[in-house]
Design a protein around this ligand. Structure first.
Ligand SMILES: C[S@@+](CC[C@H](N)C(=O)[O-])C[C@H]1O[C@@H](n2cnc3c(N)ncnc32)[C@H](O)[C@@H]1O
Length: 199
């Protein structure tokens, strides 16, 4: 089941919730994928790759404590055009408190068609994946690709990763793949890949 918070609350929190991140990593390292939030160098590169028409939204999947979300806002994505999805209730609460005006959905990215308001289907300019997809079996990756395709037909998604080569078996998933950014200034160094459905 997913909960939706619209508009956020008033408390500002620029800390990034590092202790919350660490606690969640200790509780479920596979779900987190990383022991530390993404660095400013990485989040700036992700934000620079966003494509969005004025009436489209950016959807971030697996927003954690909001490191990427804050970079998207800093790069000019209006809060009312940013939707973040996070499966861990504590983290979704933290996001809602620290990102005023942003739509925070506590829910499962694999159920995106049900979690995302119907009015936003077909109005997603860029989807950004923070979920450690590389750790999942191909069948689960296929379900993720289908969930994004259902709400953002033909658009694909950005995926940040510590892998040197593509973290996804793109041919098997029916995707075209391109590494569009790299930074050594992240722990560990990271790349940003863009995947788009073929045909
Ligand atoms: C590596 S962290 C990324 C956090 C943040 N974007 C950053 O760069 O610091 C992965 C996040 O994905 C969330 N997550 C994992 N599986 C998910 C799912 N199926 N749906 C939504 N969020 C998920 C985890 O709870 C975690 O907050």
């Amino acid at each position: 089941m997913s909960g939706i918070t619209l508009g956020g609350r008033s408390k500002q929190d620029g800390s990034g919730g590092f202790s919350l991140f660490l606690r969640r990593w200790l509780a479920n390292p596979l779900q987190m994928g990383s022991i530390v939030p993404s660095s400013p160098a990485l989040t700036r590169r992700i934000a620079a790759l966003v494509e969005r028409a004025e009436d489209e939204v950016v959807v971030e999947l697996g927003a954690g404590t909001g490191a990427v979300s804050r970079a998207l806002l800093a790069a000019g994505v209006p809060p009312e055009r940013l939707v973040v999805v996070e499966i861990v209730p504590d983290m979704a609460r933290h996001l809602a408190q620290s990102l005023p005006g942003v739509t925070v959905i506590e829910g499962d990215a694999f159920a995106l068609p049900e979690a995302l308001p119907a009015a936003l289907h077909g109005r997603v300019g860029t989807a950004i994946c923070g979920i450690p997809l590389v750790l999942l079996p191909t069948e689960a990756q296929r379900r993720f690709v289908a969930a994004v395709e259902a709400v953002a037909p033909g658009r694909g998604f950005l995926l940040y990763t510590y892998c040197v080569t593509s973290p996804l078996p793109w041919r098997a998933l029916g995707l075209a793949a391109r590494r569009e950014a790299f930074t050594p200034l992240n722990l560990p160094p990271a790349s940003v890949w863009r995947y788009r459905p073929i045909g």
